[in-house]
Design a protein around this ligand. Structure first.
Ligand code: MG
Length: 203
C-alpha cells in the first residue's frame, strides 16, 4: 500500500506557514514504514528540533483506479478515518529553501498516525465534517472539510492522474490551521464529530 498526502488544502493553514496558494493540489508520499503502530508512542526523531502535528481526514481506497473522474470518485472509497501527518518542520524549511524534496521531513518512521476507519455513510456529509485535535486537553486544531480548497472527490480524481490507486491505499487530505510543535509527554487526541479516533503519546 502507499500513503498519498495532500499539502496546502486549507487556506488558513497556507497563511499560517506563509506558503503560496497552489494552482493544483500539492502531493507527496509516505512509505508504509512511516505508519506509527497502533497504541505506540511517537518518538521524537534525533534529526529534528521542531516536530509539528498536522491532523487530517483520511480516505481509504477500496478498489483499483486510474484517471478517475470526480463524479465517480465516491465509488473508490468506502471508509474514512483520521490521522496525523507528523512533520519535521525545521527539516522541511531547509528542504523548501533549497528547493529539495520533502521526504526527510515528512516520510520518516512513525510520521503517519492512522486511526481505525469508519464506513463513510455513518459520518453524514463528508464535505461538512468537523474534526479536531486536542493537545494535553487544549483544542489546537478545529477543522471542517467544508473549508477544503479541493474536496475529497476532487483530490481522488487529481491524484489518480499520476498514481494508480490501489485497494488499501490511504490519502491524507491536508491539515487545517493550528499546527504546532510537540514535546515529550504531550498527548494528542484526534476526533471526528467529537468521537475520539486516536490518542498518541509523545516520547
Ligand atoms: Mg499535512
Amino acid at each position: 500500500m502507499k500513503i498519498i498526502c495532500i499539502g496546502r488544502n486549507y487556506a488558513k493553514h497556507i497563511e499560517e506557514l506563509e506558503n503560496e496558494k497552489p494552482e493544483n493540489p500539492v502531493i507527496f508520499l509516505k512509505p508504509d514504514s512511516a505508519i506509527l503502530g497502533k497504541k505506540q508512542p511517537f518518538v521524537i526523531p534525533l534529526f529534528s528540533n521542531n516536530i509539528h502535528y498536522e491532523v487530517e481526514i483520511l480516505v481509504k481506497i477500496c478498489k483499483v483506479g486510474k484517471h478517475i473522474q470526480p463524479k465517480f470518485s465516491h465509488k473508490y472509497y468506502e471508509e474514512v478515518g483520521l490521522g496525523i501527518d507528523f512533520t519535521a518542520r525545521d527539516v522541511q524549511d531547509e528542504c523548501k529553501a533549497k528547493g529539495l524534496p520533502w521526504e526527510k521531513a515528512k516520510a520518516f518512521d512513525g510520521s503517519a498516525v492512522i486511526s481505525d476507519f469508519y464506513p463513510k455513510e455513518k459520518l453524514g456529509d463528508l464535505n461538512n465534517l468537523k474534526f479536531t485535535l486536542h493537545k494535553n486537553n487544549e483544542l489546537v486544531q478545529d477543522g471542517n472539510t467544508s473549508t477544503m480548497l479541493w474536496k475529497i472527490d476532487e483530490l481522488i480524481s487529481y491524484v489518480s492522474q499520476f498514481f494508480t490507486l490501489k485497494k488499501g491505499d490511504i490519502i491524507f487530505t491536508g491539515t487545517p490551521a493550528g499546527v504546532g510543535s510537540v514535546k515529550e509527554n504531550d498527548i494528542l487526541i484526534g476526533a471526528i464529530k467529537d468521537q475520539e479516533m486516536f490518542s498518541v503519546k509523545i516520547k
